[in-house]
Design a protein. Sequence first.
Length: 500
Amino acid sequence: MQEVLSLLGAGLLEAMQPLNLMMIIIGCTVGLLVGAMPGLGSVNGVAILLPITFLVPPTAAIIFLAAIYYGAMYGGAISSITLGIPGASTAVATVFDGRPLAQKGHADKALTAAAVASFIGGTISVILFTLFAPPLAAFALKFGPPEEFALMMLAFATFIGLGGDDIPKTIFSILIGLVLATIGLDIISGKPRLIFGDISGFLHGINFLVLAIGIYGIGEMLWTLESTQGKVSVHKVKMSFKSLVSNLKDVKEYIGTTTLGSVLGYFVGTLPAAGATPASLMSYGLAKTFSKTPEEFGKGKVAGVAAPEAANNAASTGSMLPMITLGIPGSPTTAILLGGMIIWGLRPGPLLFSEHPDFVWGLIGSLYIANFATLIINLAFIPLFVRVLTMPFTILAPVIYILCLVGGYAPTQTMHDVWLMFLFGIVGYLLRKLNYPVAPAVLAIVLGPLAERSLRQSLLASQGDVTTFFTRPISGTCMLVALLLVCYPLMRKFRKSKSA
């Protein structure tokens, strides 16, 4: 323990070197802007700015890219709350309660909660990273396809909580999401499936960001236009130092949810099969399932903003663990970071800690500073973000429309996805009109491909024996917890009806 603390101290000193400190501040600021822009996100931001880092030494370069990654995790919440458009797939769950809070005139509360929860999630995950990096890396290696599938089942079990009391509609929404997740090429045979005749645009599957922007951008805009009946609506949001202090005092309301989301997010982030998006969605589902007032979720609950934000920031740190200790990227962004490290002659793996301790601990130290710097920058810019909501909707609607177009075109740069985004926007609007929960469908399309791959790999390895998911200790425990989670809302409903 003493050795870890001394190495961490050296790492913090390395991170506070003038050049590295400047890289952290610039990276966090750029990341915040990149994360807030729909369609960009941390992956594109890091990839676009990768060539710039050749101007600085390797340690400063990786610190800069890691700071962009961190800032982008914070920034995704900004457009989710202010515009109702997820800045990245990791911020989709933030829309569920962040947007209703903004519409009620509490955007400052939602943005503050997102910033503070991100800071708590980031801090807890960095501490866990520092203390348990080697053991957790070894534990993550025990996760084979059966364990990954069981973890996905655990995530699906939280969908019942997301659907409230209307379980049939929730199941229907999940099935729609799973069907959409199967579009594209079969992962075993490589043959096309559900491509609607011979439409080549469907061969690469449904891009999740296109779906999210369509449902939460175009769909939200259509709903708002109908509900306001063409009238100009302005959100009155007051932001002052006094209100900021008041919002910071509300942390006690969601500290438990945030802590749970942080630990869950970090663990899920360490698994190469998962990442920040499933972590944030699972955290939201668990927060709602175990809440005393689950009916308030989706209508502007602060805990509904804090839980996913804590989880996605914790997962971003967790995804660096397998990258550094095993050389296995835990997310698409860390895959780009891995490529950058190899370009600079740093080979990730168990030997990295012994061969390049200055780099490893300098990077870990930079995460502490980046976490604190991003919190300060985020809180300082909240008044600017809130001003977006004071714009008349006649001006805001075209801005949202253009951002949706850019966000829909950016991932694959094909018009097919733009038209698909409009279609999803109409479907999202109709689902909302018919009072169907959209969240389970969004979650299913994220986890569907991961679950299918793990299921088919497990069944191939066990020659079709389904009991493999229950006989292995980790997967069996996950499956048991999933069953309990599915039964929990039903038991709670039964108790309520019995007491009535």
